[in-house]
Design a protein around this ligand. Sequence first.
Ligand code: ZN
Length: 346
Amino acid sequence: VIDWPILLRSRGVEFVESGPSTAKGNIYVHCPWCGTADQGHHLGISLFGRGWGCWKSERHRGKSAVRLLSALLSISPTQAAAILGQSPKGLSGDVMGRVQQMKTTLLTLDDEQDRKLDFTDEIKPLIDNAAGRLFLSYLNKRGFFAHDAERLCWRYKLRYALRGHFAYRLIIPIFDEHERLVTWTGRTIASATEPRYLTLSADLEKSVESKLPQAIAPITDYLLNEPQLFKGTGSVLSIGEGPLDGLKLDFALQKLGGKGTCLFGKTLSDAQYDKLVDLAPYYEHKFIVLDNDASMGAYLMKDRLRRYGYRTLHLGSAWNDPGEMPIAALRALHGDALRARQEDNQ
Ligand SMILES: [Zn+2]
């Protein structure tokens, strides 16, 4: 593992180790690819050899230390490799070394271009046919009835699988702001199956091992419904925890001119934080809808977003999470909150 702090300090590259939007085990530098668009420290580098990445662009991410160092120091990859002690000459005769070098080349080539992710054959569009009905009835159970269930499938491009790694899971595709498929997550429709969600890994080696496509980036780099969130404005933006919460929030809020999303978990990643900050001016009212078992992390997240106008919306004791609420109840909860805020403003 490369000692990045020592290496960067010795080369005069400025970096930060802690701050409001940093994660443990990472250091942050000015992104060399963002250039002047990065007035801060967009690019995180894992101290544990897990690669590096800029929250602004998936293209500024990778695993190759050579590629990163050559960009940071504006030197050739050969020079960077020499600094890192990865000179190809030094490896000659060393078989293990050569294998390692091939791996590095593979990773570098891989993150060089815009990667494209496609569904595997067993993942089918969810429509009202014999196989689809099983999954539509799951959606019924989750509070989407008749036409609502079909509209949900169509609007969010939901899919399903009966075979393979994602068998008997409702597939929720995740798209980035530019409508590119970046990953997917599968919710089991069987109540006893664990884990409830299976998500593609963004790690190349893990993907190769599991014979699954590699996600463009970790799901927690994204918000659900990004293409819609970044398009135009809205009266309300409401954030839930899990994908079903996010889907139901978005579906319920459409009628109020609002949008819903989720964080794919109980914590807020740096990438998500930055996106929510970017979105804040375009939405009049912004709510964080926390599950009733909200953890400490959720409270910290609420504090970070408070200065950008995000407020907590409490479900009340009748419900555990927005995903289990009837659509009408979710709409009424938001309607009440909006009225309360209007009265506050008068
Ligand atoms: Zn960048």
